[in-house]
Design a protein around this ligand. Sequence first.
Ligand SMILES: [Zn+2]
Length: 97
Amino acid sequence: MKESEPLAAVVAPGRPVRRIDYAAIKHDLDIVQYVSYYVSLHRAGRNPRGLCPFHSEKTPSFYVFPDKGNYHCFGCGAHGDVLDFLDAMGVDWRRRA
Ligand SMILES: [Zn+2]
């Protein structure tokens, strides 16, 4: 995949399926930025946290770990990387990106 090539070109119907470099995609996506579209994050120490979008809670137990590139909820155990998060939010990033 060329750097300038949109993801849509990689997975477009009718084109041969190529291996997608998910690591490179994730590297390019700032997890804090994307999560903050959906969750109001507050900086509390090293890692931002907010109310978990996956379960109902009043005190934030949803943490984003920018260094690791993932998120974890200590309330419900939701865990994943930025692409997992977008999947969970119903974002079709494979076509949209
Ligand atoms: Zn949760």
